[in-house]
Design a protein around this ligand. Structure first.
Ligand code: SF4
Ligand code: SF4
Length: 279
């Protein structure tokens, strides 16, 4: 499979269809893979794909230092493809502004997992592929089991649960840096005129930071889990995000990452909405 992926990436670079391959390379240990940025096809053998390739590579396509490398072809697992679709929907990338080298790795995390190369796709093609192959796996009972356990707690207990989790936050912002949907040039926590949020690690500021981030991701989070994986304090951020995904699905029948040409769900309204807040 890796030979197919390398051959296609090499062809893309040599034909000039993209000027940089954003993919995975060997990490500092056997069980680690790291993002690589390849502009010279002679380096294509640096590419790997295995069950240690976790990073959501769409995180890089909106960053100025990587944009300078030109049109990217990005190795994209299902969550990366969904992130590309949301970025196109939010006008952060053009729908023909990148190629996706679509890959799947069954049961990521298992060293013997089977990896597949699904071909080169544009963003609209990836959307069709995901609808056919991935949408049924969204918000399954298994994925929601922990969310529902937390939701069953009485309100005070639930508040105590999250307060205790967020108390551990050290405000390192690794969750934000790992997230493909956190692409603001200047994050609200770094603005100090006015200062919206306290930036030191203490319970009140931590609660505000984590709630603000979760709400900013409402209807946009693609459930890649990278924020939680990056968090050095093991805060269960995925459960928080999935609780909001569940609300968005129930209120708007909407799952993010499947509609590159549609309006972002939290940035639009219908005049005939039956709720009266809009009238
Ligand atoms: S799971 Fe986390 S990192 Fe991934 S899109 Fe959602 S908030 Fe961002
Ligand atoms: S990665 Fe974890 S500890 Fe760091 S800011 Fe995010 S929630 Fe807090």
């Amino acid at each position: 499979m890796i030979e197919q992926l390398r051959a296609k990436a090499k062809e893309i670079l040599e034909k000039g269809d993209a000027s940089v391959i954003i993919g995975y390379g060997r990490g500092s240990r056997e069980d680690v893979a790291t993002p690589v940025f390849i502009t010279d096809s002679a380096r294509i053998d640096e590419m790997v794909f295995n069950p240690h390739c976790y990073n959501n590579l769409m995180t890089f396509v909106t960053r100025d230092d990587h944009k300078r490398l030109g049109t990217p072809a990005v190795v994209a697992k299902e969550c990366d493809m969904k992130a590309a679709i949301v970025l196109a929907q939010e006008d952060q990338v053009k729908e023909d502004g990148m190629l996706l080298l679509s890959v799947s790795c069954e049961e990521m995390g298992r060293a013997d997992a089977a990896c597949r190369f699904n071909g080169v796709m544009t963003i609209p093609q990836a959307e069709e592929w995901l609808k056919q192959n991935y949408l049924p796996a969204e918000l399954t009972p298994e994925k929601l089991a922990r969310v529902e356990e937390i939701e069953k707690m009485p309100a005070q207990e639930r508040w105590a649960f999250w307060s205790k989790e967020f108390e551990r936050c050290i405000r390192c912002y690794a969750c934000r840096q790992a997230c493909p949907m956190c692409y603001c040039r200047q994050c609200i926590v770094e603005k100090n005129q006015p200062q919206w949020l306290s930036t030191s690690a203490h319970p009140a500021g931590n609660m505000a930071w984590n709630i603000v981030r979760a709400f900013h991701l409402a209807g946009r989070c693609v459930d890649c889990g990278e924020c939680e994986r990056a968090c050095p304090m093991d805060i269960p951020l995925v459960s928080l995000n999935r609780a909001i995904q569940k609300e968005v699905k129930s209120a708007f029948d909407y799952v993010s990452g499947y509609d590159h040409a549609g309006k972002p769900v939290m940035a639009t309204f219908r005049k005939d909405d039956e709720e009266d807040f809009i009238k």
